[in-house]
Design a binder for this molecule. Structure first.
Ligand SMILES: NC(=O)c1ccc[n+]([C@@H]2O[C@H](COP(=O)([O-])OP(=O)(O)OC[C@H]3O[C@@H](n4cnc5c(N)ncnc54)[C@H](OP(=O)(O)O)[C@@H]3O)[C@@H](O)[C@H]2O)c1
Length: 163
């Protein structure tokens, strides 16, 4: 799971909030990690803030809305269970995939204990309101693997999920 958050743990002020506050270094990290994995999963609300597939990667958009039909070769909509999505990716030859939010879809994977690593970039901002990394009462034990400072006061924290 790869996310950007504020110091008060917010990922957006509201569900339609476009993530234009996360900084160039965060975007660079996201492109690097997601291109390396080759596949990105996100909820339909997150996808709607972007509006088009991320190029050079398989885009898996979780949605239960059957009227959504993909217009792109590298994007699929799915309402399969998280375990099924991961099984299909593995069968297609992917060994890792980036879970890219939002709060609701992160929770779907966390509830089934399917997240191995959490990388967050912490921006020097406080929103005072908004969405958190997870929507539900998710509790996870973590081990800090790495903490580093990126440019422009961004801090990047990498955690291994204790299973
Ligand atoms: N800071 C960051 O790094 C970051 C990263 C990602 C997102 N965000 C922000 O997070 C916000 C969106 O997050 P969110 O929590 O509101 O929404 P979300 O997790 O992106 O998407 C939620 C949508 O997923 C679909 N869904 C829910 N349960 C499902 C299931 N069991 N199977 C298949 N699909 C299911 C539903 O869409 P349908 O109605 O289509 O069925 C639901 O509306 C945006 O503001 C975005 O900018 C921030």
């Amino acid at each position: 799971m790869l996310m950007a958050q504020t110091l008060d743990g917010k990922i957006a002020k509201h569900a339609d909030h476009f993530p234009d506050w996360t900084g160039a270094e965060d975007k660079k990290l996201f492109v690097e990690k997601s291109k390396k994995a080759g596949a990105v999963m996100m909820g339909s609300r997150t996808f709607d803030t972007i509006g088009r597939p991320l190029p050079g990667r398989k885009n898996i958009i979780l949605s239960r809305n059957k009227s959504r039909v993909s217009e792109w070769d590298n994007l699929i909509y799915t309402d399969e269970k998280p375990t099924e999505i991961l099984k299909n990716l593995e069968e297609d030859g992917y060994s890792e995939v980036i879970l890219a939010g939002g709060a609701l879809v992160n929770s779907l994977f966390a509830k089934e204990n399917l997240i191995d690593e959490i990388i967050v970039t912490v921006s020097p901002l406080v929103f005072g309101e908004g969405l958190a990394l997870f929507e539900d009462h998710i509790a996870i034990d973590l081990e800090l693997k790495e903490a580093k400072t990126l440019e422009n006061s961004l801090v990047c924290l990498t955690y291994r999920v204790q299973k």
